[in-house]
Design a protein around this ligand. Sequence first.
Ligand code: SAM
Ligand code: SF4
Length: 471
Amino acid sequence: MSEPQIHHPPQDLQSETFIDKILAATPVAPGSAQVLDILDKAKELHGLNSEEVAVLMKISDPDQVEELYETARYIKDAIYGNRIVLFAPLYISNLCKNECLYCAFRATNKAIERRALTQEEIAREVALLEKQGHKRLLLVAGESCSQEGFRYILDSIDTVYRTCGGHDEIRRVNVNIAPLATEEFQELKGAGIGTYQLFQETYHRPTYAKVHIAGKKTDFDWRVTAMDRAMTAGIDDVGIGVLFGLHDWKFEILGLLNHIQHLEDRFGVGPHTISVPRLEPATNSELAAHPPCPVTDDAFRKIVAVLRLAVPYTGIILSTRESSEMRREMLALGISQISAGSRTNPGGYSSAVKDSVDAQFSLGDHRSLDQVIREAAAMGYVPSFCTACYRLGRTGKDFMDLAKPGEIRLHCEPNGLATFLEYLLDYASEETRRVGEETIREVVASLTGVECERSKKMLQQVREGRRDVYC
Ligand code: SAM
Ligand code: SF4
């Protein structure tokens, strides 16, 4: 007999009135003293509450906005240093029974060709990503994605982990698939996934009902309680997110923070990551072409900066949806993970077409992984493929317990550098290798103590031919 499922959200997630009240109670132009107090508190790296976040979201004075960005840059640097984690999405199926009005994969959209990749096709895609140097994948699928259902997802994860040759291997598979029942989440954990990722899309129920008009995804409660079931099943790294553009972004940020607070109260730890996709044009979608609440670039900068202050230890993910210029700015403000060289149509890496009509949405950045890495390194960033924490079991609360006192740096810095050097030696173009080696030299010269010793030792091991060294 299957276990009873967590389906009804607790009171703390039934929060529309609560959020509206906070927003209404916050002055339109908050005073300087109040803003400075909040920014000072944020610099202590313990996060902010919803009322404080509401104040920061309402500022518009250019000096205050610049101080907000300055604080975000300070926190980003204090916790994440100059590392930036890279991954690629792997779309395995665009079959879907839902009707999300913003998505090209929605069931009634006849304008795209449907396919669920076979295991051989998945292996081919993975081999191509490995050849580029990727070590971390995000597996993505529509809902009810094949005849075999959930088994298909498990088989696909197995195929990804089994596809390797020489130095080429995927070391961490994260997944972004529809909400599951608790027993299925247990199987997903058994398959060795890293993070289970799911976006609520919007925390505003009336908007949610308007844009999800058919299929299982119409059930807001089943979706908003997915992380409770995942964490009950033992998956302790979960990733949440909002699809910005559907409803007022300020409301959505407070919805996200409520969700995080709920998970912290219930499981002792919040999400590992937050994703911040903005609505992008999608084949045959009026809603995607004309977002009801468009998020300007200025608002988007604020979203990332405010989140960086509010939940300093939670990774923030930016996808290829954004242009390369925007991504560059966002790295400094708080983004800690980016996708690179992405395709959002199943089989996209094996196909010559860059922006297929079968894609889920249009991409804003078409640069290859090598180009993204070269540019990031030239700006002083260390592109990292590190998967150490996940493989050493430093996940969920164990990870946060190391991260909060700042000890995680002793691991992240050497691991980031070692995986970056692996990339440079095994996959990079000559030009990228030259730029990257220079960055490594500069970074190592700036390190002291344990971080420095460990980094030098691990870099030497990689130069001597060892791979996959981590601490
Ligand atoms: N089908 C599953 C689901 O909906 O949760 C998982 C995969 S779905 C392809 C992943 C995410 O893509 C969705 O959660 C949604 O936020 C995002 N997405 C869909 N259409 C988009 C668009 N037009 N622009 C940007 N992101 C979009
Ligand atoms: Fe299907 Fe997910 Fe797209 Fe909705 S967002 S139509 S569930 S693939």
